[in-house]
Design a protein around this ligand. Structure first.
Ligand code: NAD
Length: 264
């Protein structure tokens, strides 16, 4: 893949630390020759993101909290100045109150429903609006979703509802941006132990369940999500848009517990 992304400029939103899925994607893109810029959310994460960006000789374009549109405008403006345009965008942003990623979905409050939808779903549209203006030669936008959008999963609750809306947004944005040769896709990643995932109730059980029942009998690593992302971000995926691609060791095809799996 060396050289696959040569000449491509990408903005990566959603690195919190070196366990972030966005970091796995960034490493793959940079190793394939892409020039990257990163945003970070707040000063605490700036200290994490700056050294990671330096590892990949990437730019850091500033603080972005997707609930504050001025910060979105600022990072896209800076990206345009520093990179001179944009060829791809990685959106790996999601949030919900931890106390509602446990127990019953029905207990979701209106306030957290709105917050979860806004940060985890609407933000893709908000960043796509800005990206469109910088993607003058076409482009590729990629977001991250989870199987809890398609099927009920314990504890995933309002995040599952937001991911379902996010996947629908991928299709609507793909239709809007297709005439400009801007593609919009999602990777549905299997469970990975990250900062965001640690907020989900019984996450260790979910990891173990996937490991025992996925066709490949394991979970996936951020590097594997990164390698699959390369296909969608690069010209290899030039005929693909509006797609939700599973990178989950095959778990999404499973209809029943593996009879050989031990009890957990
Ligand atoms: P992570 O904690 O490393 O990344 C989540 C990111 O979201 C952080 O960088 C955080 O700063 C950012 N974020 C949250 N609220 C924000 C806001 N208001 N403004 C700007 N940024 C904000 O965790 P991750 O697991 O790498 O998550 C990345 C994406 O992958 C998320 O969309 C998540 O739902 C999705 N995903 C994760 C898994 C998993 O098991 N970890 C599986 C499938 C999909």
């Amino acid at each position: 893949v060396r050289g696959l992304m040569a000449g491509k400029r990408g903005l990566v939103m959603g690195v919190a630390n070196n366990r972030s899925i966005a970091w796995g994607i960034a490493k793959a893109a940079a190793n394939a020759g892409a020039k990257l810029a990163f945003t970070y959310q707040g000063d605490a994460l700036r200290k994490r993101v700056e050294p990671l960006a330096a590892e990949l000789s990437a730019e850091v374009v500033g603080h972005c909290d997707v609930t504050d549109p001025a910060t979105i405008d600022a990072v896209f403006e800076k990206t345009g100045e520093l990179l001179g345009g944009l060829d791809f965008l990685v959106h790996a942003v999601a949030f919900s109150d931890k106390d509602q990623l446990d127990g019953r979905y029905i207990e979701t409050t209106a306030d957290n429903f709105h917050k979860t939808m806004f940060i985890s779903c609407y933000s893709l549209t908000a960043v796509a609006q800005r990206a469109e203006k910088l993607m003058n030669n076409g482009g590729s936008i990629l977001t991250l979703t989870y199987y809890g959008a398609e099927k009920w999963m314990p504890h995933y609750n309002v995040m599952g509802v937001a991911k379902a809306a996010l996947e629908a947004s991928v299709r609507y944005l793909a239709a809007d941006l297709g005439p400009n040769n801007i593609r919009v896709n999602a990777i549905s990643a299997g469970p990975i132990k990250t900062l965001a995932a640690s907020g989900i109730g019984d996450f260790r059980y979910i990891l173990k369940w996937n490991e025992l029942n996925a066709p490949l009998r394991r979970t996936v690593a951020i590097e594997e999500v990164g390698d699959s992302a390369l296909y969608l971000l690069s010209d290899l995926g030039r005929g693909v848009t509006g797609e939700v691609h599973h990178v989950d060791a095959g778990y999404h095809i499973v209809g029943m517990k593996n009879p050989d799996a031990p009890d957990i």
